[in-house]
Design a protein around this ligand. Structure first.
Ligand code: SF4
Ligand code: SF4
Ligand code: SF4
Ligand code: FES
Length: 654
């Protein structure tokens, strides 16, 4: 039976079989107070606020853990239950310090709301609260143990959403507190600063340190958009008040991308660098001078003439497709160059070449979506550090491996990548990952572990591969190589996740070998192979599809227009940019890149722009503008169009 009927407060209501009484009541609009329950987390029945009376039960029971069954008769708001609830609240209020006027969560606190609802004008018990510590060393999160009601939501969020297991209860009885690892400061614990615990805490115990006291939920506008920090494409619920960022939550903690990470939840709120609010040109004595957009465009025009044909463009992949498309037109139509790239363009070209070796075309949709990770029974991570580059992919890997559903094979120079979850760790010699992959394919074929007829296609190419040679090249012994091959080949939903390190060291051949491995072991879902390549830029794939990652033709162009916006560049790219004679940088913040530019133009930050992203799985996502740009900051497209006009060319926006 998929549907059951129960009677609540004399009325018949329907709900899904397998639901709790609380779930059926909530689905039917019957409001039962809760504190330790949070949608998406398991229920533990800790606070007892949700008690209900059920016919034939001797005493009230917590509805959040009580399984509903056909014909149940439930009372949710009798005088007796309301008395219980008020008594529970009184005990909670006396146990710890709940002087709301000093609390960051005041106005947003679930306990405070219940206090008002139950008219808590006094408590009948002595205040017992001890003076507890406040852990505020962490850069983003504070834990004020004095506010804790021991509901355990943070612990379950850390375990079930973040899949980290940093938090737990420590001590016993009235001394019980939430502790990180073995009662270490959060900053010295295994915490990854991802923040589901912050979002889950109903009181002001665990709170976000950035933008403190900037506003409560009811005072804020809430705008759903997409994280600009990596290719995963996590949805963000951004809370804004008076054109200031207040907080970022996950709209749905239970979605595959709902955990968010340090970058999406906290770092986006930090705006401590100096903004660029006016065009700047370098004067004869090498100092920057503020100028009009027109003067800056004339300087660009002059620089372009000097650089003649040797002028190139480069754009950040944090920018939406509309801006990237216009920039493409600007470089080709206005500057007159076909030399254009993105900072991660080289990786894309290699991945595409590797895919083309396998499929004959370079189309990226041969790879599966990250949604397949939680259901995998084996995950092999090679040449990648997802916890750093695409942290929510790291979360999905930990969820699958931590619940024992997937075997985790990690090929990485350090075991620290997934310390608690790794089943088999391989540390090949630097740069030998491609040889390792070939060795895995060879072992799979030799041991008859291939499951698909496609194995015949690669047999010949592996004839000359000798396992002994592979072990010498990689430094991985034969037994370990065989163990890794067996784990992967015997999996039915095995996924290989690779990243930029593999692409750089192994090139297109390594990419093709990964696809071959997935193909011969039939690790496939629909028409896609169970393979995921990690992309750092939020719109890297969009940029690739728009043709922005063609590559810069010259080793060192004489002039370059860098549309950087609020992105950063690594040391290697910065050193390359230093060699360029005439550099135009359109950026949001002052940085080492703007310091070496000849012309600097202002650009909005992530929150001030709108448009579309294509995430690394190929989904097109709408990004919304959440802030009005600051004074002097124009949209990137307006700057590009104005510069074009001064240069006597028209840039048409479609
Ligand atoms: S920030 Fe993340 S890892 Fe750290 S305690 Fe909270 S949920 Fe756990
Ligand atoms: S820190 Fe917050 S979520 Fe965790 S047990 Fe205390 S009140 Fe509950
Ligand atoms: S995983 Fe990527 S997209 Fe998701 S919140 Fe983190 S940086 Fe943003
Ligand atoms: S919400 Fe049910 S016991 Fe806390």
């Amino acid at each position: 039976m998929n549907e059951i009927t129960i009677t609540v407060n004399g009325k018949q209501v329907k709900g899904k079989a397998g639901s709790t009484v609380l779930e059926i009541c909530q689905a039917n609009g019957i409001d039962i107070p809760t504190l330790c329950h949070l949608y998406g987390l398991s229920d533990v029945g800790a606070c007892r606020m949700c008690v209900v009376e059920i016919e034939r039960e001797r005493r009230p029971v917590p509805s959040c853990t009580y399984p509903a069954r056909e014909g149940l008769v439930v009372q949710t708001h009798t005088e007796k239950l309301e008395k219980y609830r008020r008594q529970i609240l009184e005990l909670i209020f006396t146990e710890h310090n709940h002087f709301c006027m000093f609390c960051e969560k005041s106005g947003d606190c679930e306990l405070q709301k219940l206090g008002y609802q139950y008219q808590m004008d006094n408590v009948r018990y002595p205040y017992t609260f001890p003076s507890l510590s406040v852990d505020s060393l962490n850069q983003y999160i504070t834990i004020d143990h004095n506010r804790c009601i021991l509901c355990g939501r943070c612990i379950r969020a850390c375990r079930e959403i973040a899949a980290v297991n940093t938090l737990d209860f420590g001590q016993r009885g009235w001394k019980t507190t939430v502790v990180a690892d073995l009662n270490q400061p959060l900053d010295e614990s295994s915490c990854l600063n991802c923040g589901p615990c912050v979002q889950a805490c109903p009181t002001g115990t665990i709170f976000n340190k950035i933008n403190l006291y900037k506003g409560i939920t009811d005072d804020c506008e809430q705008i759903e958009t997409v994280c600009p920090d990596c290719g995963v494409g996590c949805e963000l619920n951004v809370l804004v008040r008076d054109n200031n960022l207040v907080r970022i939550d996950a709209p749905d903690l239970t979605s595959p991308r709902g955990a968010l990470c340090r970058m999406g939840r906290f770092e986006l709120l930090e705006q401590t660098q100096s903004r660029i609010t006016s065009p700047l040109v370098r004067s004869k004595d090498c100092e920057f001078e503020e100028c009009s957009l027109d003067s800056a465009a004339q300087r660009i025009s002059a620089g372009l003439k000097e650089a003649k044909a040797s002028f190139a463009g480069m754009a950040s992949t944090k920018l939406p497709s509309e801006t990237l498309s216009l920039f493409h037109k600007f470089i080709s139509g206005v500057i007159g160059s076909d030399s254009i790239d993105t900072p991660d363009g080289a990786s894309y070209r290699i991945i595409s070449e590797g895919i083309a070796k396998f499929t004959g075309n370079g189309k990226l949709d041969i790879e599966c979506s990250i949604e397949e990770i939680p259901g995998a029974d084996c995950i092999m991570v090679i040449g990648a550090d997802p916890q750093k580059t695409n942290p929510v992919v790291g979360t999905l890997i930990r969820r699958a491996a931590g619940q024992g559903k997937a075997k985790l094979v990690v090929v990485h120079p350090s075991r620290d990548a997934f310390p608690l979850w790794t089943d088999l760790w391989l540390k090949p010699k630097a740069g030998s990952e491609a040889a390792l992959l070939t060795g895995l394919a060879k072992v799979i074929l030799d041991k008859g572990l291939a499951k698909s007829g496609k194995a015949d296609a690669i047999k010949t190419s592996l004839n000359r591969c000798e396992v002994g040679e592979v072990t010498r090249t990689t430094g991985i012994d034969k037994e370990t190589l065989e163990e890794a091959a067996e784990i992967y080949a015997r999996a039915e939903r095995g996924i290989i996740i690779y990243g930029e390190n593999l692409v750089v060291s192994g090139g297109a051949d390594a990419v093709a070998t990964i696809l071959n491995l997935a193909s011969i072991t039939a690790n496939q879902v629909g028409n896609s192979l169970r393979v995921v390549s990690l992309k750092s830029g939020a719109n890297s794939r969009g940029a690739w599809e728009l043709g922005l990652a063609k590559g810069i033709k010259q080793d060192k162009p004489k002039g370059l227009y860098l549309l950087l916006s609020d992105d950063t560049v690594d040391e290697k790219l910065l050193n390359w940019l230093r060699e360029i004679d005439f550099l135009v940088v359109q950026a949001s913040y002052q940085s080492p890149v703007t310091a070496i530019a000849d012309v600097v133009l202002p650009s909005p930050i992530w929150a001030e722009r709108e448009g579309k992203y294509v995430d690394m799985g190929g989904r097109t996502l709408e990004i919304k503008q959440v802030l009005e740009p600051g004074e002097g900051v124009l949209q990137d497209k307006e700057i590009l169009m104005a510069v074009s006009q001064t240069m006597g060319k028209e840039l048409v926006l479609r």
